[in-house]
Write a protein that binds this ligand. Structure first.
Ligand code: GLV
Ligand code: MN
Ligand code: MN
Ligand code: MN
Length: 399
């Protein structure tokens, strides 16, 4: 028994909204920091050596990390707004329990085993997904990251200083160089394992994906006195663009979503002066993602000309396709009784790390198939199976 239910119950109330049942665990805000403190307590209770990387990420080591060639596992503790319980924390809790299981069996790893908790994986607070792992890897400039702002105008630098006493420090090639491989366990964000009747799967690839901000500008004016013919209403351009994104994604076999919008001044009786919206686009090839975004931009511009408005498109974060390490993927699948191999449209820190070290992912069945929503779920028995699978993998890789 891995004791999954007991450990899971300790974090279940943290950051949970009583009305929706969803989680509000924003990077460097109190709920996520409470989970981080909980993780550090768990690590110290297990005599793991805690290491902070200066970018908000923490590592808990079993064995001497300076030995190098470490086997790293872990995930993240932040959530999307009103997100599910499992996306992120399942990988962290499973890692702690997998270490317990190996110790109970008397396993003595030859390679150090580490548990990572990456900061701001969802990008829900500062807009850039996988911010912690990108900083660690040197894939984002720390000065540019420090200046990113949240919806209240608080910079990453300020948020980190308040929570940790310092801003982002940037690339840590020394730390990255000590990692031999990374295996992230994650709740499945689809129904493939349900259809295949398997509790655990192995990832093959992450679709290329990205986020683009669209700013539609018109003229704010009175809703009652402005003639329909005199309006320059950016809401119309925005609405037509959302429909175009849906149409183009269907036409090209991609996924496109507008899940976030800000309206200025956001008053019932005012024609807006500006609308900002965020387009999330994903597909099985970079060319298709680029085609979707270009087609949406063209349609937005054509509609803006009709509405007397303007539109600008800004890329906020773009992630290329990630093919996970083929040897590691096949080794894990074989070890886990031919666990099915699945691609995913979701982004993960594993995607960032895979550019530097052999990387793989394990997925745990989610019977709802839903994620980034309170309906996300994984039964305890499948979570236990996930812990057992992760322990098997860590033992195989580290011994
Ligand atoms: C993060 O989970 C993403 O895929 O956007
Ligand atoms: Mn997520
Ligand atoms: Mn996640
Ligand atoms: Mn993710």
């Amino acid at each position: 028994m891995s004791g999954f239910a007991e450990l899971w119950a300790q974090i279940a109330p943290v950051g949970r909204d009583a009305q929706t049942g969803g989680y509000l665990r924003y990077a460097y805000a109190p709920a996520e920091q409470a989970l981080r403190a909980w993780f550090l307590d768990q690590a110290r209770a297990r005599d793991l050596l805690v290491e902070e990387d200066g970018n908000g990420n923490v590592f808990a080591w079993w064995g001497d990390p300076s030995a190098g060639d470490a086997v790293l596992t872990g995930s993240h503790l932040d959530s999307v707004p009103h997100g599910g319980a499992y996306d992120g924390p399942l990988g962290v809790v499973s890692a702690l329990l997998a270490v317990d299981a190996l110790r109970e069996r008397g396993v003595r790893p030859v390679r150090p085993i580490g548990i990572a908790v990456f900061a701001e994986e969802e990008g829900s607070r500062f807009g850039l997904a996988c911010l912690g792992s990108r900083l660690l890897a040197g894939a984002v400039d720390p000065a540019a990251a420090a200046a990113l702002t949240d919806r209240d105008g608080i910079t990453l630098d300020e948020a980190m200083r308040t929570a940790l006493g310092h801003g982002p420090r940037g690339a840590r090639p020394d730390l990255l160089g000590r990692i031999g491989c990374y295996v992230e366990l994650h709740v499945e964000q689809g129904r493939a394992l349900l259809d295949l009747d398997r509790a655990v799967g192995v990832a093959s690839a992450i679709w290329p994906h990205g986020r683009w901000r669209l700013d539609f500008t018109g003229e704010a004016n009175h809703a009652g006195t402005t003639l329909m013919a005199d309006r320059r209403d950016p809401m119309l351009t925005f609405a037509a663009t959302v429909l175009a994104a849906n149409e183009q994604a269907r036409r090209l076999g991609a996924h496109a979503t507008v899940g976030r919008v800000q309206v200025y001044p956001n008053a019932t009786n005012a024609i807006p002066g500006k609308v900002s919206a965020w387009l999330d686009a994903r597909a099985d090839s970079t060319e298709t993602v680029e085609q979707v975004v270009a087609a949406v931009h063209l349609r937005a511009q054509a509609r803006a000309a009709e509405d007397g408005t303007t539109v600008t498109l800004t890329a906020e974060s773009v992630s290329p396709e990630t093919e996970f390490h083929g040897g590691l993927r096949d080794r894990l699948s074989k070890l886990l009784d031919g666990a099915p191999i699945l691609p995913t449209g979701a982004g993960h820190d594993a995607g960032v790390l895979s550019a530097f070290v052999p990387t793989a992912m394990l997925f745990v069945r989610n019977p709802t198939g839903v994620s980034h929503s309170p309906a996300e779920h994984a039964p305890d028995a499948d979570c236990e199976a996930g812990v057992t699978a992760l322990a098997t993998v860590l033992e195989d890789l580290a011994c």
